[in-house]
Ligand binder design. Structure first.
Ligand SMILES: Nc1ncnc2c1ncn2[C@@H]1O[C@H](COP(=O)(O)OP(=O)(O)OP(=O)(O)O)[C@@H](O)[C@H]1O
Ligand SMILES: Nc1ncnc2c1ncn2[C@@H]1O[C@H](COP(=O)(O)OP(=O)(O)OP(=O)(O)O)[C@@H](O)[C@H]1O
Ligand SMILES: [Mg+2]
Ligand SMILES: [Mg+2]
Lengths: 158, 152, 152, 158
């Protein structure tokens, strides 16, 4: 299963619909400080079902919806979609949150539960805890992880 | 479950040893299961020694050395589970030029998908696709750039 | 003691505002005393807002932006206490080229003593004296280098 | 008061006597990963009386003495000296620790207590908690410091 595309709209600083094509090998994201690069990482964690606000650098659920400024009104919903391709089939996974607190997961256009998305991902090698996403400043924390958490990482993969 | 665990552990450990040797000039590394009965209950410890030195407490490694051990760990998990894509947000920040170069070569050799955020021009060269992010009036914009444009 | 505290606080706050304006294009910053009776018992809060935006929770700033606020804070303390020397160990690691350049200019303008550890060639240029550290057989060696040698 | 020179011998990876001249303005320290740059920062904190092992990345007191390897025997003592100049006078502050646990502070050649060193430094604007030393990876921690610790930093200076 290969990730083909990330689509973001209304999530954090991505007020406008934004599409990022993903290479089969190495995709590089560059840009000035504060431009929104790590927000893309938060978007990926969020659509994969991240429940902890701390992991996506937010304090409340609504912090992920574009909060607006003098020139732009706040967004009403945050929407992130990942497009995968697996042996020719296209699989889209999405998550949406509106300001009134309505939150839902979407698999190939159908509203589903997080459990269903997790199942699709598990079958293709994606564990519940995406150890394959390393946030800014976290690379040396892995090395200081406790022996138990290292075992759990390996157990996930087994 | 136990055989499965041991099989995966051995595979990751073999890979970890190889990556530490590639990344640490003359260093060696391995993972050890801290024996206390059932393997599924025990912890795992990382053991590293730099060229010719005795075994080193991980806390005493430098900032850059810890990042290299972290990269070796992630890459070795990849061997056992190549289906996932990897997202690395400025993991190269503590690296000097020599080790940035090594990291770049690793990215180019592996077959898995990587999404890499960096300010380091050496690492940018590893990208097949490069996205430039800017912020205009508080809104992020993304433009796909050609490598030649970035490096000037 | 209270007057002394307030005098120092106001001096640092004035400096902090100036540094944030220099470092953050169009941003503003200040320090606020969280009033709860006696000034010597209360806490101090940092308030930052980026160009045209509402006040920002500090946690929501990016890695590079947090480093800039940290640098502005250190520099503003310098105003009130210029006797000390400053040691900065890779504080520029999260900065992009544009902000690294700003940090370099700050180092060159200030009158205090700085000892700066960095891998960033832009920052190295700010040094009057440059020491190159290497490790040979597990022992650190220091050689004083000329700037021209480092930059090649 | 200006710092003129740092002298290190037997402290961490500095087995050989090492002298670093310090500029009145900007002194830059460069070098490969793991070569010993942050060990210089630990040496400065240590000689200024740092009591916490964590702040100087050590677990036991003896971790600061050069531990030796196949080619070099372990050192017996760790010694760090700072040389200052204040209106023409030279002031040297030093700290020494031997493997048998003997530790002492030295001011201009005389053995003194830490309290005496702190007094000399306080008179010249150097607080007890050297907020002016920022360790590797700590710059964004300052920003997340609690309101109380920010007040205490300012109180120190006042
Ligand atoms: N809900 C939101 N609405 C609008 N803007 C937001 C929202 N949440 C965060 N931001 C903005 O996003 C910016 C941070 O972006 P991000 O952390 O992705 O930067 P970055 O490109 O990773 O920078 P660096 O190179 O410094 O790490 C903050 O300055 C903040 O103003
Ligand atoms: N007591 C000791 N005796 C000998 N070597 C030591 C001692 N304590 C630490 N070291 C060595 O010092 C090295 C770390 O040095 P340091 O953290 O200063 O590197 P650095 O130059 O800051 O690197 P980076 O650029 O990665 O931050 C470790 O690899 C460790 O082997
Ligand atoms: Mg970032
Ligand atoms: Mg270091």
């Amino acid at each position: 299963m290969k990730l083909k595309e990330i689509f973001i709209k209304g999530f954090k600083s991505f007020a406008d619909p934004t599409r990022l094509e993903i290479s089969d090998k190495v995709t590089v994201v560059v840009g000035p400080n504060g431009s929104g690069k790590s927000n893309v990482v938060d978007a990926i964690r969020w659509v994969l079902g991240e429940q902890s606000m701390k992991e996506i650098r937010a304090q409340e659920r609504e912090d992920v919806v574009f909060w607006g400024n003098e020139k732009r009104p706040p967004a009403q919903t945050a929407y992130v979609e990942l497009v995968f391709e697996d042996a020719g089939n296209r699989i889209t996974i999405a998550r949406e949150l509106s300001r009134d607190g309505n939150s839902r997961y979407i698999l190939n256009g159908d509203v589903v539960r997080l459990k269903d998305i997790r199942e699709v991902l598990m079958q293709r090698g994606f564990g519940k805890n995406p150890y394959s996403i390393i946030g800014q400043g976290q690379i040396d924390k892995i090395v200081s992880a406790s022996p138990e958490s290292l075992r759990m990482m390996i157990e996930e993969i087994a | 479950a136990r055989e499965q665990f041991m099989k995966t552990f051995n595979k990751i450990n073999e890979a970890f040893k190889r990556y530490v040797e590639t990344l640490f000039y003359g260093g060696t590394g391995s993972m050890r299961i801290i024996e206390d009965g059932d393997v599924l209950e025990s912890g795992i410890e990382i053991v590293i020694s730099k060229a010719g030195k005795r075994v080193q407490k991980l806390q005493l490694l430098s900032g850059g050395e810890k990042a290299l051990v972290g990269i070796a760990l992630i890459m070795s998990m990849l061997e056992a589970n190549s289906g996932v894509f990897y997202v690395l947000d400025e993991v190269d920040a503590p690296l000097d030029d020599y080790n940035s170069e090594k990291f770049r070569r690793l990215l180019e050799q592996e077959n898995s998908q990587f999404i890499v955020i960096t300010h380091n021009k050496l690492i940018m060269e590893a990208g097949d696709i490069v996205h430039g992010v800017t912020m205009v009036d508080g809104v992020s914009k993304v433009v796909q750039v050609k490598m030649e444009e970035v490096l000037t």
